[in-house]
Design a binder for this molecule. Structure first.
Ligand SMILES: NC(=O)C1=CN([C@@H]2O[C@H](COP(=O)(O)OP(=O)(O)OC[C@H]3O[C@@H](n4cnc5c(N)ncnc54)[C@H](O)[C@@H]3O)[C@@H](O)[C@H]2O)C=CC1
Ligand SMILES: Nc1nc(O)c(N)c(N[C@@H]2O[C@H](COP(=O)(O)O)[C@@H](O)[C@H]2O)n1
Length: 289
């Protein structure tokens, strides 16, 4: 790895994130045996992972100039923070729109991350459109610099793609499509978010960082999905990208009388400056927190 690709996020910068991070020892399915009574207790696996929604936007809430235009927004310090978040989660999830547009690495490039510190890339690709065999993420996994992706599909998969993915240590995971669950996904085959998260939990993923893109983020910010999200970490860069880009702007909701209401508001909010960017942390859940 070239030296310029090695990122540093010093411990002195990390404290503000602590309340928003997944627990370090998240409970997975475990069996404990009490030797004095010889009873065995099984602690059930959680039904979903700790879920963090994290992305970078411009001042006009854009993720990218256009769906097919990779757009750097984070400065060096907030980019390093994103990689620290990657190190602190078991998986990174993106929609296939992001995989097709960016051919992302989806690995952790913090100094010292090693192989064990790498998150599992997860791509939602209901129609199996992504050329995973030629992807950067799979190439990095083959080189020992990341984990091989899991691609969540609803369709049949090309045999060559499956062979390449499985040979690299990845997998295709199949879920049924539930048409109405992701209105912003712009295609009929949508997975229920509860199913996606349950699938990951069942495979031992205790924490997932959802990075994007627009369709995924806008869906998870809807009131019916927001309770699935444990933390939100947004990097805001001091730039405007202009109209016509990929924006974070969830579908407006209306109350019982037809009056528009905001779809989401952050709670337990903290703002932190990193370089020229601001990092906004919060939670979406209601209640007494
Ligand atoms: N600035 C940032 O932090 C980030 C920017 N981006 C940008 O976002 C853009 C891509 O965003 P979009 O085009 O909106 O695509 P996207 O990455 O949100 O993917 C959308 C696709 O993912 C699949 N999908 C999403 N939700 C699904 C569900 N519940 N069930 C089944 N399939 C589902 C569908 O195939 C859908 O068409 C790119 O330009 C990328 O660079 C992406 C991630 C982060
Ligand atoms: N945190 C953040 N800041 C930006 O400025 C970005 N453009 C993104 N994009 C997301 O990161 C992926 C690229 O990751 P790799 O560096 O290739 O590992 C890209 O696909 C978006 O998901 N994020």
């Amino acid at each position: 790895m070239a030296l310029r690709d090695v990122l540093h996020f010093p411990p002195s910068d990390r404290a503000f994130l602590d309340p928003y991070l997944p627990p370090t020892s998240t409970a997975t399915a475990t069996t404990t045996t009490d030797t004095t009574t010889t009873t065995t207790t099984t602690i059930p696996r959680p039904t979903r992972p700790f879920t963090t929604l994290t992305f970078a936007t411009s001042l006009d809430s854009a993720l990218a100039l256009a769906p097919s235009t990779p757009t750097p927004l984070s400065g060096p310090a907030s980019k390093a923070m994103t990689h620290y978040l990657r190190a602190r989660h078991d998986a990174i999830l993106v929609g296939v729109g992001t995989a097709l547009a960016d051919d992302p690495s989806l690995n952790c490039r913090l100094a010292g991350a090693g192989v064990q510190g790498q998150p599992r890339p997860v791509v939602l690709d209901p129609r199996a459109r992504w050329d995973v065999a030629a992807s950067r993420a799979l190439g990095l996994a083959r080189a020992g610099r990341g984990r091989a992706p899991w691609v969540v599909v609803a369709a049949d998969v090309d045999a060559r793609q499956r062979e390449a993915l499985e040979a690299g240590g990845g997998a295709y995971l199949t879920l049924p499509a539930a048409a109405a669950s992701a209105p912003a996904a712009r295609e009929p085959a949508a997975f229920a978010w509860e199913d996606v998260l349950a699938l990951l939990a069942a495979r031992g993923i205790a924490s997932v960082m959802v990075e994007g893109g627009g369709a995924v983020i806008n869906a998870l910010l809807l009131p019916q999905h927001a309770p699935l999200v444990d933390a939100v970490v947004v990097t805001i860069a001091p730039t405007w990208l202009g109209r016509g880009g990929v924006v974070v702007s969830p579908q407006r909701t209306v109350d019982a009388t037809g009056v528009a209401v905001p779809p989401a508001r952050l709670r337990r909010v903290r703002w932190h400056q990193l370089g020229e960017d601001v990092v906004l942390c919060g939670t979406l859940r209601g209640g007494a927190d």
